[in-house]
Write a protein that binds this ligand. Structure first.
Ligand SMILES: [Zn+2]
Length: 324
């Protein structure tokens, strides 16, 4: 049974345009392998409990992490292509949305919006679902996939990406359970670079989830058709000073607000209102809408134990914020 699925995985139909795809991905498009690897990571995290695999935002993020780690800078992957098309390889069947009456036309799906409009997700065969649920057989499928679709020079990087994904997820869960300062992760010097990746990715996951992908300062929430989000996870007291990843030392901020916050042009008052530096009003090139945010309530997580910590905000107002 396992052998049969390994063969199926090796026979995925992929774009084999040699001009477009590099030897690192064996001259093939890596979309389908990346979706399957992302799903395997989610199995390992224990977040897949139902037989229907939903095209969740988290899955898109994991897919994008693989893409950004392995593929050349500046290229973008879109999970809306491979997700429905894996049905043509006999990997799974799409489950139409109850409200969607027509037959699903796979060729017409190019965006996550459209994908979610037509289907709730995809369903594996019972046997394959069991093989993916068990750690030993899941690892065998994962190795088969990586060995077949990636050159030996980057196989270790693909494997590491998966390991970081799993550890970062665990780290984000820890951050969301702790009430005290979270600075205990990865003190060993041996795995320095991996520890940093796990911390960054785990902190980001916890913060962005708490803030529902919304910028705490300006309220913007924007997702591209590929599922890229405009927000980043910002530390209120920088990591290098605080070594503190607890959610109360973080906020999700769009790129402009993140930059403005780090530069001291924006801050947050005791009453959780946006503060804008006077310097912004005298700087002609600064977007005018930033001024309109002054004194507006910031966007906060639902659970008040995750709101930005008063002592962290006080530090930022005192040490970073440029008042005049
Ligand atoms: Zn913003």
């Amino acid at each position: 049974m396992l052998e049969e699925f390994i063969q199926k995985l090796k026979n995925l139909r992929t774009d084999k345009n040699r001009k477009k795809w590099s030897p690192l991905t064996c001259y093939q498009a890596p979309h389908k392998p990346f979706v399957l690897l992302s799903i395997m990571d989610h199995f390992a995290q224990g977040v897949i409990t139902k037989k229907i695999i939903e095209p969740t935002f988290d899955l898109v993020e994991t897919f994008n992490i693989y893409w950004q780690t392995i593929m050349p800078l500046g290229t973008k992957g879109n999970m809306a292509y491979p997700f429905p098309r894996l049905q043509n390889d006999g990997i799974w069947r799409l489950i139409p949305n109850p409200g969607f009456k027509d037959r699903i036309n796979i060729a017409s799906i190019f965006s996550m919006k459209k994908l979610r409009e037509v289907c709730v997700g995809a369903r594996f065969d019972d046997e394959l679902f069991i093989l993916l649920s068990k750690p030993e057989t899941r690892e065998q499928l994962r190795f088969a996939l990586i060995n077949h679709y990636f050159d030996k020079d980057i196989r270790a990087a693909v494997l590491e990406c998966g390991n970081v994904n799993i550890k970062a997820y665990e780290y984000s869960r820890t951050l969301l359970m702790l009430n005290e300062k979270a600075n205990s992760y990865g003190n060993d010097t041996e795995n320095k670079s991996q520890n940093k990746k796990v911390r960054d990715q785990g902190f980001r996951k916890a913060i962005v989830t708490l803030y529902e992908h919304r910028c705490a300062l300006c309220g913007i929430r924007m997702l591209t058709p590929e599922g890229h989000t405009v927000v980043e996870a910002a530390h209120i007291i920088a990591w290098r000073e605080s070594h503190d990843d607890s959610p109360t030392n973080g906020m999700s901020l769009c790129r402009l607000c993140h930059w403005s916050f780090d530069e001291g042009l924006m801050s947050v008052s005791k009453n959780y209102e946006v503060m804008v530096s006077k310097r912004v009003s005298t700087e002609k090139n600064f977007p005018g809408h930033v001024l309109t945010l002054s004194d507006r309530a910031i966007f906060k997580p639902e659970d008040n134990s995750f709101w930005p910590g008063q002592e962290n905000l006080e530090w930022h107002r005192g040490k970073k914020f440029i008042r005049s």
